[in-house]
Every structure is written in C-alpha cells, then in structure tokens.
Design a protein around this ligand. Structure first.
Ligand code: SAH
Length: 473
C-alpha cells in the first residue's frame, strides 16, 4: 500500500496562525516529522507518532538525506506522513528538495502552504512589508548560502528600492551590513531585527545600517531572527502592537476549544497546554431511579457517564424527573444548563445533609467524600496520568481551573519536572483549587475568583505592578 506525504507549513510560531487544511492534516496523520522552530503546541491535538528531526539526538543531527529517506520509507509503509515545517514549506527550509526527492521516488505528496515568517514576522511588530510611501517591492534573501562559496549579487540587492528581508542571517549580520553599505545603500536606512516572531519570547530592535550590529550584540538578540532593511522598518515605532499580556507564556490544561486559551491569547499572552490525564470509564452501580433522591454533580464528564449508564439500562433523562439536581459550583451549573438541566441548587454542604445524596465525579476527586448513611459517592470515571513533555522553564505561569487539574498535573510529573513547576506562579481559580495547590506543595499560589475574567484581571494587574516581567531565555 502506498502512503502519502504532506509537506505542511506550520506558520511563524503562534499556533493559531495555521491553515485549516494544515490543522486537518495534523489530526489525520499517522506520523509527524517536525522541525526545531515548530511550536510544540501544534502537536497537542494529534495522536500520531511525532519525530523531532530538528534537534540533536546523540549529537547527530537528522541529516537531510536521512529525513528524505525516512519520508519515503514511512510513505511506503502506507502511512500518512506530515512533514511539518516552520512558516511556508517552500520558503527556504528545503521544502523544494524534499518534493524533488519524493517525486523521484514515486511517492504521492502535496504541499500545504503556511504563513511565512518572512512576511508575518514583520507584521507581528507593526512593519508592513510594503507601503505606498516607502516600498513598492520586497525581497526575501537567505543569509546562509549553500557551501559553494558563491556570493549574493550585492550590487543588485543594495540598489533595490523595496524592503529587504534576510532569513538565516544573524551569523552574517556584519557581513550583510558591510556589503549593503559598500554597494551604495544609505547608511541611515532603518533596520529592524525580529527574533522569535509571534512566539511568546518575541523580541525586536530598531536601528540603522551603521548601528544595527552593535545594538543586536548589546541586546543579545540571536537566531532565529529576521533582518529587515528598508524605510518600512521605522513604522515599527508607531505601529507595533502592545497587547496587555504580551510576552507572558502561560500553561493551561489541554481542552479542545478552550475558552481560557482564547481569552489569554486575545489579551496577547502565548498559551501552551499540559496534557490532562486520560479518562477511563469505571463500572458503577446506578442508584434506583424510581426512588428520587439528590444528585450532586461534581463534574460534567461524570454527568455524561451517568447519562450513558442510564441509557444503557434502557431509561433516559426523564427518569430523573423527581430528583433534585445540585451543581457543585456555578461552572458546573452552566454546563448542566447546556445539557438541558437547570440545577435546583448550586453548592452543597456535605456535613449537613438532610436527604439521601448521590455524588457523581471522578474517582480521585471523590476520595475526599466519605460514605455515610445519606451520602453515596459514585465514581463514574477516573483519570490516569499521562507523560508530560513540556519544558516548564519556558513558562512563567500555570492556570488551574479545577482542583482535579492540579492533582492530574502533579501526579504526572517526574522529580525534575516537579521542581520546574514549583518555580512557576500558579493561578488557582477558587479557594478549593488554591488549597489543593498548597496541599500538593506548590509555593507561589495566587487565588483568583473562579472566572476567566478574574484570571485575566489578576495577570494584567500583576504585570502592571511589575510582579511579572517579560523574561527571555
Ligand atoms: N520556511 C520558513 C523559513 C525557514 S528558514 C518560513 O517560511 O518562515 C529558517 C529561518 O527563518 C530562520 O533562521 C529565521 O531567519 C526565519 N524564521 C523562521 N521563523 C521565525 C520566527 N518566528 N521569527 C523570526 N525568524 C524566523
């Protein structure tokens, strides 16, 4: 059976700057080969095998030959292979060579375009690559040539009126500047250097041809970066967006279509995910539905399992008609509403129960509920820890929306990772969550109200008073 290779553009860094087709290919893939510059957040939704061909395993980089061979071998095994490349696959980064190799080896393939850093990276700091007053063309140039000793056509490049964008040029910065000046470019031409554009650790500087190398050294700006030469660069001064949470790298529990993710990203933060545990359904005894009692819902997944069990036994939601439904908190009440149930009550004091109450939830979460004559905990499912592959040193803050998310993360960490997490600021959404953080040894805990609004406000306030600075590695 013959497989298929997709050369997919991952965009410049921000995981939301991805095409819809690229997103679908990631979900469909059997195996993904990805590069160093690709944001790991993009690999969160896939169950595919992932191979990092960009780093240095045992000091031997995956050579281009090996990558080419691997693509062909995997495709010949009948796999759907995604070759995930930063930006656009055909803007440097050897996408063209990979296509040629696949073609020569009769492997079916396609190219899924991506947003290139060569354009979007400028926009990220407020530089329009063209502008009627300043640049009527743009030129994307590599600062790193094949080792043939060939020089770029400097007289031609220096005389272009349009914007010059150099990729892979940081090691050659002085050389680039010298050649441009030597070939007649005005020494005062504005130059911007943008590192890690659209990533959380994006940094940028603005100067002119004469001084840029000095500024870059002083500010310790390195690769990966774009060198932008031309009058448009100066627009960065006025057009650079400065969203409130810019530079903040925040970890949240993984959830498909997470509103917490969207709200933080919209405020300018970069959000990464940690894996929640995997859910395993438990077998549990359904209470006698003909004897109405109270049903206290600890979480919405448990309510879903409860429903499934009712249906499996040939009944449906109507059999709960005489039951009193209690939501553990406002968030659960909202979820219940979406499932067509208006909770009779929000919150319950378990030590003062007056009637029989069944509590449904996750097994660990219910461990704190003690069985009594009136109180019957029913664990409908349990979470089993999964391995975390996050580099916690890259983050400043973790947001925990529930105590379960705290327990899940902590129980999935090895000793080193645990130390990493202890170095982060933890935002606990609610008193119980804060207590759980403290009980599990997390030191730097800030309690917020259990609402996204409150999380945003707390982060903005902390940044304003300087408790959070933009740190750069
Ligand atoms: N195909 C990619 C470019 C690959 S070459 C694209 O279309 O964007 C790798 C070079 O791209 C890096 O050395 C750097 O110059 C540039 N680059 C890629 N992503 C970048 C980013 N987020 N910020 C700054 N430069 C980036």
């Amino acid at each position: 059976m013959s497989g298929f290779v997709s050369l997919v553009g991952a965009g410049p860094g921000n995981p939301e700057l991805l095409t819809l087709l690229a997103k679908r290919r990631l979900v469909e893939a059997d195996v993904i080969l990805y590069d160093r510059l690709v944001n790991p957040a993009l690999l969160m939704e896939t169950t595919a095998e992932t191979i990092d061909v960009g780093k240095l395993p045992h000091h031997h980089k995956y050579s281009q030959y090996k990558i080419n061979d691997l693509l062909v071998t995997l495709a010949n095994q009948g796999k759907r292979v995604v070759r995930l490349k930063a930006g656009d696959p055909y803007v440097f980064g050897r996408g063209g060579e990979e296509s040629q190799f696949l073609k020569a080896n009769h492997v079916d393939y396609e190219v899924v375009p991506g947003i290139t850093s060569a354009i979007a990276g400028l926009g990220a700091v407020g530089i329009p690559i063209t502008h009627r007053d300043f640049a009527s063309s743009f030129h994307v140039i590599t600062g790193h040539r094949k080792k043939t000793g060939e020089e770029l056509d400097w007289p031609n490049i220096a005389h272009q009126e349009g914007t010059l964008v150099f990729l892979m040029g940081m090691e050659q910065l002085e050389n680039i500047v010298d050649n441009l000046i030597k070939n007649g470019k005005d020494q005062q031409t504005p130059v911007a250097v943008i590192q890690w554009a659209t990533h959380w650790n994006q940094r940028s500087v603005l100067s002119d041809l004469t001084h840029i190398a000095e500024v870059v050294t002083k500010e310790q700006i390195g690769s990966p970066a774009l060198i932008v030469v031309g009058k448009v660069a100066e627009l960065m001064k006025t057009l650079q967006p400065k969203p409130a949470l810019f530079g903040q790298h925040i970890l949240v529990p993984y959830k498909l279509q997470s509103r917490l993710f969207s709200q933080l990203q919209d405020a300018g933060a970069s959000v990464g995910f940690f894996q929640r545990g995997a859910s395993r359904q438990l077998d549990f005894q359904l209470p006698d539905l003909t004897k109405p009692a109270s049903l206290l819902v600890y979480d919405i997944s448990a309510y879903q399992s409860f429903q499934e069990k009712i249906i499996a036994e040939g009944a449906d939601q109507r059999h709960l008609a005489g039951w009193k439904i209690i939501a553990k908190n406002k968030v659960i009440a909202q979820h219940l509403k979406l499932a067509g149930i208006m909770a009779d009550q929000v919150g319950e004091n378990l030590s003062h129960l007056k009637s029989t109450t069944y509590v449904i939830g996750e097994r660990h979460q219910l461990a704190e509920v003690t069985v009594s004559e009136l109180l019957h905990p029913l664990a409908t499912y349990e979470r089993v820890p999964v391995e975390q592959t996050i580099d916690f040193a890259d983050y400043q803050t973790i947001v925990f929306p529930s105590s379960l998310s705290v327990t899940e993360l902590i129980s999935s960490l090895n000793q080193d990772q645990l130390m990493g997490v202890k170095g982060l600021r933890c935002l606990a959404m609610g008193t119980q969550v804060a207590e759980r953080c403290q009980a599990l040894g997390l030191g730097n805990v800030i309690r917020t109200e259990p609402s996204y609004q409150s999380v945003l406000q707390t982060l903005k306030e902390a940044k304003r008073v300087g408790k959070i600075s933009n740190s750069h590695r």
